[in-house]
Design a protein around this ligand. Structure first.
Ligand code: PLP
Length: 448
């Protein structure tokens, strides 16, 4: 390295610093990258730096690199420019990785209203003693909903398996909760304290598949069901897999749930809004959808996925079968993956239009579309009758996704090692609750 040891005709950094310190300090290099030092991007720097590099007989580009290295990594072993850093002034000039202006721009762009400005203001007002009802996010236990007894009993026994060895366990816990806890513990390799498979415990994925089959009337493959830390984590994993860059667009309903806008920004994609029709019971007009896609294409965006929230949040509607068919056909024609957020499927408070899953409508349609359309559906323990938001249990099911992509999504899930195991148990109790004839059934019915 040029400045690390003296050869004939070379100068040391200290000499350089002494000789040119005023000039060096005047460079605007302390928060720049090498490219910003280059003349084209920063002529001002060039006029200051170039004469010094000539005076030192160091090629300009190398000199820029040295300055950048020396200033961005104060401990860089090759450069005695460190000495410059040791002065307090230089220390304040050098930027650290997590200085606000150095962090990932996508993180700054992501707006998450659920925990954003309004939420923070409301929290402040709460601290001042004002009574605030938080409606920014569905958090039923925070608003007084009591946990259901059976899932909590099962999880309690899984968390404290020594209770199962207590001769009095049957006095405190009903036999079906004890049996379920033993079953779930048998699925784990070391109880709730051990990582599970990154896709979740196979036994619980099988229960989810059975639940989906009972709901839709079509078999479901546990290998295509991944358990997640709430639906949010699954949505994020899938968006991360879909979005390749700012040219990729995701159709998102307006009004929407802010997870989508925030995650799309975080992964550097582009949100393509489509508007729900308040006058049509918050359904969606397929012509508007086409217009949104046309506008996005005009801006050079490749629309790659479409999100539907059904039942809607914040709109509360259930999409009709006809509307779902239109959406599925549209996604098929446009080669979009449909992301079906169905977390409110058990929160329907009217009989006129029941919830029907996108998957069921797709399979009912039959033909090529039912074998070709890519669909990923999400569900959670946070909503429905459990409302166990804090437990972080969710799943997504993949339909018509190529096996190699399924493997890649497995890899993405593996990076987080394992979904939260207690959350998986809650998922098990949600999709496989007490049945008629079970000891806990009556209480379960009363509580749900
Ligand atoms: C539409 C919608 N999707 C996803 C989520 C996230 O749920 P989870 O707690 O499972 O991450 C919510 C939470 O309120 C939601 O309203």
């Amino acid at each position: 390295m040029i400045f690390s040891s003296r050869r004939r005709g070379e100068v040391t950094t200290m000499e350089m610093v002494n000789q040119y310190e005023p000039e060096i300090r005047s460079f605007n290099y302390h928060h720049t990258s090498t490219t910003q030092l280059y003349p084209k991007t920063n002529p001002d720097n060039f006029h200051k730096i170039y004469p010094v590099s000539v005076a030192l007989n160091v090629p300009f580009t190398i000199f820029c690199h040295i300055l950048t290295l020396a200033t961005s990594t104060p401990s860089h072993p090759f450069s005695t420019l460190q000495s410059l850093h040791c002065t307090n002034e230089a220390r304040t000039m050098s930027k650290k990785s997590l200085d606000y202006d150095q962090i990932n721009e996508n993180v700054k762009k992501a707006q998450y209203a659920v925990r954003g400005e309004l939420y923070l203001r409301a929290s402040e007002l709460q601290k001042e003693g004002k009574k605030i009802i938080f409606t920014n996010v569905g958090n039923p236990h925070a608003l007084g909903q009591k946990p259901l007894t059976f899932p909590r009993q099962v999880v309690a026994l899984c968390q404290a398996p020594f209770l199962l060895d207590d001769p009095n366990v049957g006095l405190l816990f009903p036999a079906d909760a004890i049996a379920k806890a033993k079953l779930y513990l048998s699925y784990t390799s070391g109880g709730l304290g051990a990582y599970s498979d990154s896709r979740g415990l196979p036994g619980i994925r099988k229960e989810v598949a059975e639940f989906i089959e009972r709901r839709d009337g079509y078999p479901s493959d546990p290998e295509l069901i991944y358990l997640t830390d709430g639906a949010s984590k699954g949505v994020m994993q899938i968006l991360q897999t879909v979005i390749r860059g700012p040219g990729d667009g995701i159709l998102v309903p307006v009004p929407q749930y802010p997870l989508y806008s925030a995650a799309i920004s975080l992964y550097g994609g582009s949100l393509v809004p489509y508007f729900l029709e308040e006058n049509a019971n918050w359904g969606l007009d397929i012509h508007n959808l086409r217009q949104s896609v046309a506008e996005a294409r005009f801006k050079g965006i490749t629309v790659r996925a479409m999100v539907i929230i059904n039942p809607g949040n914040p709109t509360g509607q259930c999409l009709s079968v006809e509307n779902l068919q239109q959406i599925l056909r549209f996604c098929h024609q446009e080669s979009l993956v449909l992301l079906g957020d169905e977390v409110y499927q058990q929160n329907v408070y009217q009989d006129a239009r029941p919830f029907i899953s996108s998957r069921k409508v797709l399979f009912d349609m039959g033909g090529a579309i039912s074998k070709e359309l890519e669909l990923i559906s999400f569900h959670t323990v946070s909503k429905g009758f459990l409302g166990e938001c804090g437990q972080r249990g969710g799943y997504f099911e993949m339909t018509n996704i190529p096996p190699q992509t399924v493997d890649e999504i497995y890899k993405v899930a593996s990076i987080s090692l394992s979904p939260n195991v207690p959350g998986q148990i809650f998922m098990g109790t949600m999709v496989s609750p007490p049945k008629p004839g079970d000891i806990s059934y009556e209480q379960f019915l009363r509580e749900r």
